[in-house]
Ligand binder design. Structure first.
Ligand SMILES: [Zn+2]
Length: 300
């Protein structure tokens, strides 16, 4: 049922300590330990569900298009923010490369790829969830593949490979990195966004921090451990970009998780608190090593 890693996925050391115990607040309500490697400080969920059991920790209705759920103010705001973030993502991609082939790994319902395609990129996607994959195929009119390994036979190289909050879900980090690197064109770029467990909101919410999201997140990156991973695959981080909206979104979810464990907290509190916490997180990060709630790494 559960798989225990005996070695650090980053430096192969066999020595790690308990870092924090977190509950799966959104689905199973089970608790999982996150350990920290004594040598390289990499944090990972250990033990984790077996490969064939992880599916039950994902609920498919989170892939119901958000447009169909715009019934609350929060969802309306979410939609507006998503429009804004899609715009900033395509702007970033165009800054990094001339238009060519883009592969989005974990493309979800395909909205990012849709924006890319409209902008003149040749798009390709990989998505594990069948519900999301079918939706994306319909939206884009192309085949979306289930696994990264499925696109090997295409023999295609990509100017950009993007992973928006996906790398932390991947079962085997090294295998993923090798797969990504093999598919990059000569001057290609990997763009990967992951939560930052050294952010202010992570430290504030602790086990309620939505960025831990156990057991779906196997890996919990910091700027240092991402650098180690990239180095291990003979690549370099060229740029680190904050995702400032994530501080608000993660604070909103974290406030909800905290309230679900303590019903005595008045409901109004979370509406008042999450904007303040998001703002505080971003402000703190601007003065502390750019440790924002989520970071985008530009890797070559
Ligand atoms: Zn290690």
């Amino acid at each position: 049922m559960y798989k225990k890693l005996e070695k650090c996925p980053l430096c192969s050391s066999g020595h790690f300590n308990n870092y924090i115990i977190c509950r799966d607040h959104s689905i199973s309500k089970e608790s999982f330990a996150i350990v920290e490697c004594e040598v390289c400080k990499f944090k990972f969920t250990n033990p984790r569900p077996e490969t064939n059991k992880i599916i039950k920790y994902y609920k498919s209705d989170s892939y119901v298009p958000i447009t169909n759920r715009a019934n609350t103010l929060i969802n309306l705001i979410y939609q507006l923010v998503r429009k804004f973030t899609l715009k900033s993502k395509i702007r970033l991609i165009n800054e990094l490369s001339t238009k060519g082939n883009i592969l989005d790994v974990g493309c979800g319902t395909g909205h990012f790829l849709q924006v890319c395609a409209k902008d003149g990129w040749k798009v390709q996607g990989v998505e594990q969830s069948m519900v999301a994959r079918n939706y994306a195929q319909e939206l884009l009119g192309i085949t979306i593949y289930e696994q990264l390994s499925d696109i090997e036979s295409l023999n295609q190289k990509y100017e950009i490979i993007s992973l928006w909050h996906v790398l932390e879900h991947m079962e085997d980090l090294d295998q993923t990195m090798v797969g990504l690197k093999n598919r990059l064109s000569k001057n290609g770029t990997i763009v990967t966004a992951v939560p930052n467990c050294h952010s202010f909101d992570a430290k504030y919410y602790k086990s309620f921090w939505a960025g831990f999201d156990v057991p779906r997140h196997f890996y919990h990156f910091t700027q240092n451990t991402m650098e180690e991973l990239v180095k291990r695959h003979q690549m370099k981080i060229r740029q680190i970009i904050p995702m400032k909206w994530d501080a608000y979104y993660i604070s909103w979810l974290s406030e909800n998780y905290r309230r679900s464990e303590n019903q005595k907290l008045p409901d109004i509190l979370k509406y008042l608190k999450f904007p303040i916490m998001g703002w505080r997180s971003n402000r703190w990060a601007s003065k502390n090593n750019n440790d924002y709630s989520s970071l985008v790494y530009i890797i070559k």
